[in-house]
Ligand binder design. Structure first.
Ligand SMILES: NC(=O)c1ccc[n+]([C@@H]2O[C@H](COP(=O)([O-])OP(=O)(O)OC[C@H]3O[C@@H](n4cnc5c(N)ncnc54)[C@H](O)[C@@H]3O)[C@@H](O)[C@H]2O)c1
Length: 283
């Protein structure tokens, strides 16, 4: 009798596990991840692959992109590598075509992760830096949303996820180019959500706080890539002190938020901003 009850209980537990697994599964789906050569994009691609997706890896850093493909394959995933400069509309349209061709005729998830940063006071901003930042962070995300929207509109389903930043909402000196581009990404996500909702396509934004990736590691490395440990400790201390959790984030912290928005678990969510930022910003 008791063992019968125990069996019934464990079957219920398994059923719950099955329900959760389905809600977070990307089995049979194709996911494009830009900026997937390093950092947050690389971990997002690996996490999507672990959830069952075929991942289409897009970045302009070709060598590192091949390393991501190897990491995806090492966890049993399938990766298609499409070297892409996201600031070019033509290149992003080519990426979409390659993804549909190589991804079983479908794109279910499109994550716009590629981004660059140039710090500088607004009075010192050069045209070259402004064009570079807006070209990747804003134009690149717009072209990604455009290409994904066209494919997903026809399929009447899909999830677009754009990566912004806490710097898109929190004003701080030297973020004129970067912060403005990320504020644009946040508003773009809401606009795309209104345009695409009627077709069953969702668009959401992830706005990370300070994450340990090559982008931030450049702050404590010299030109040859040698780490200055004292400088690293000082920067990490300052950034951690801004968080109620007294820590900085990892690429995994962002990849799990991306997975939630990619999967059916978030099917009632669109036009939203998720803020895995350690609590540094709570609007
Ligand atoms: N690291 C952080 O603290 C942090 C915080 C908030 C937001 N973000 C955002 O997260 C995203 C990922 O950044 P990360 O921290 O992983 O940095 P990262 O430098 O490791 O990754 C950025 C990736 O984008 C790629 N990229 C740059 N320009 C490109 C282009 N024109 N075409 C295609 N690919 C291009 C790079 O090659 C690189 O692989 C960025 O959008 C960044 O702004 C990062």
């Amino acid at each position: 009798m008791i063992s019968g009850l125990r069996d019934a209980a464990s079957q219920t537990t398994r059923a719950v596990h099955g329900e959760l697994a389905a809600a977070f599964s990307l089995e049979g789906r194709t996911a494009v991840v830009t900026g997937s050569a390093t950092g947050i994009g690389r971990q997002t691609a690996i996490t999507f692959a672990l959830a069952g997706a075929t991942v289409v890896l897009a970045d302009r850093a070709e060598e590192a992109l091949a390393e991501t493909a190897a990491a995806v394959e090492a966890v049993g995933g399938t990766a298609l590598v499409v070297p892409t400069d996201v600031s070019s509309k033509e290149a992003v349209d080519d990426l979409a075509r390659a993804a549909v061709r190589g991804g079983g005729g479908r794109i279910d998830v499109w994550a716009n992760v590629a981004g660059i940063i140039r710090n500088g006071l607004v009075m010192d901003l050069t045209e070259a830096d402004l064009d570079a930042v807006l070209g990747v962070n804003l134009k690149g995300v717009i072209w990604g949303c455009a290409a994904a929207s066209r494919v997903m509109k026809a399929a009447k389903r899909g999830s677009i996820i754009n990566v912004a930043s806490a710097g898109g909402e929190m004003p701080a000196p030297t973020l004129a180019a970067y912060g403005t581009s990320k504020a644009g990404v946040i508003q773009l996500g809401r606009i795309v959500a209104t345009e695409m909702g009627p077709y069953g396509v969702r668009c959401n934004t992830v706005a990370p706080g300070f994450i340990d990736t090559p982008m931030t590691q450049r702050g404590w490395m010299d030109a040859d890539g040698v780490v200055d440990d004292a400088r690293r400790a000082a920067i990490v201390d300052v950034r951690s002190a801004q968080s109620p959790l007294a820590t900085i984030g990892t690429p995994h912290d962002i990849a799990y938020a991306m997975l939630y928005l990619a999967a059916d678990a978030s099917k009632f969510m669109t036009g939203e901003v998720l803020r895995p930022n350690g609590g540094v910003h709570m609007p």
